[in-house]
Design a protein around this ligand. Structure first.
Ligand code: IPM
Ligand code: MG
Length: 372
């Protein structure tokens, strides 16, 4: 029996509920395929602030780094309403997220955007745009550099309040994320769109140069440079043109929200964040749904656990090399969708709800686990 150590961050809001369902599904996989998944809970975000006064302790980070992978629900509360947001920015829940990304060296963030055939109705784009096939692409977002981590200051200059953020990138930071994207493109449709703002930014001009240098090692991959504003437009105009998109941290933040919205089902989208740390043949990574902590529906058994369950599938595939087990989770999710199981978020107001089996968080987890 092989065994895997998973650090679990349930986090805030709906985090604990959705992670519990992902663990349920992992346990079903363990039972069927003979693996043991050991979970160690650590705190991050608001729950860590409440207990320790900081969003991520050094001890929690050390446990994350010592694990084979981290499974994360969601962190944070309602900005403006939660007491956590009266704290300085570096002590708020989201700071824990940035600290764990940096502290685990997770520079490569994969955010798949895929139209589930069963949920086509939820896609806000016209039939003429999404076609018969729908779309299926992945955004590779640089996650530990750029303006998120560059030098910054807030000051008063000659009586005028002034704030400055900077966006530094060195060639090594660019090269490693671009290489990761080419590797992923090689395993997919061999088509890479590199997104930048090379008509304005120096960092983007360096980015573009590195892309063309790395491209020489991947002659099979078709590369296109796309300006970020144009990319934002193309995502709604013709998302089918994309296979793999690679971009810097903040562009990636913005484009991935847009990408998730065009699928119409953010409750379904998983993500993986990887670095270059291996424990044996296991690649350390952090896996989380693309959506947030949804504090308004927390604790009500309403949240959709599928994005977290699919993130657990990414964990099996990328960190543990358990391809067939990952596929078993994806197949089980497809099966429950085919069977008509839906949480409230994936039933449209315009649809006839009686066609579906409307279920809560727990029942959705049970249904997926039963199909493993
Ligand atoms: C994301 C989020 C975070 C980010 C926030 C919560 C700091 O928007 O993961 O996309 O900007 O990276
Ligand atoms: Mg974001």
């Amino acid at each position: 029996m092989s065994s895997f150590n998973i650090a679990v961050i349930k986090g805030d809001g709906i985090g604990p509920e959705i992670v519990t369902e992902a663990e349920k599904v992992l346990n079903a996989v363990g039972k069927k395929y003979g693996h043991e998944f050991n979970y160690t809970d650590i705190l991050m975000g608001g729950c860590s602030i409440d207990k320790y006064g900081v969003p991520l302790t050094d001890e929690a980070l050390a446990i994350a780094n010592a694990s084979d992978a981290v499974l994360l629900g969601a962190v944070g509360g309602k900005v403006g309403e939660s007491k956590w947001y009266e704290l300085p920015a570096n002590l708020r829940p989201e700071a824990g997220l940035l600290a764990i990304r940096k502290g685990m060296g997770l520079f490569c963030n994969l955010r798949p955007a895929k139209l589930f055939p069963q949920l086509r109705q939820a896609c806000p784009l016209k039939e003429s745009i999404i076609g018969d096939k729908g779309f299926d692409f992945v955004v590779v977002r640089e996650l530990t550099g750029g303006v998120y981590f560059g030098p910054r200051k807030t000051e008063v200059v000659d009586g005028i309040r002034k704030a400055t953020d900077t966006m530094p990138y060195d060639e090594n930071e660019i090269k490693r994320i671009v290489k990761s994207a080419f590797e992923i493109a090689m395993k997919r449709g061999k088509k890479l769109a590199s997104v930048d703002k090379a008509n304005v930014l120096d960092t983007s001009r360096l980015w573009r140069q590195i892309v063309s240098e790395v491209a020489a090692d991947y002659p099979e991959v078709t590369v296109e440079n796309v300006l970020v504003d144009n990319c934002a437009m193309q995502l709604v105009k013709n998302p089918l043109q994309f296979d793999v998109i690679v971009t810097e941290n903040m562009f990636g933040d913005i484009l991935t929200d847009e990408a998730s919205e065009v699928t119409g089902s953010i409750g379904m989208l998983s993500s993986a964040s990887l670095g270059s740390t291996y424990h044996g043949d296991k690649q350390l990574g952090l896996y989380e749904p693309s959506h947030g902590s949804a504090p308004d529906i927390a604790g009500k058994n309403l949240a959709n656990p599928l994005a977290t369950i699919l993130s657990a599938a990414m964990m099996l595939k990328y960190s543990f090399n358990l391809e067939k087990e990952a596929q078993a989770i994806e197949d089980a999710v497809n099966k429950v969708l085919d069977d008509g199981y839906r949480t409230g978020d994936i039933i449209l107001a315009s649809e006839d709800a009686s066609k579906f089996k409307k279920v809560g968080t727990k029942e959705m987890g049970d249904a997926v686990a039963a199909n493993i």
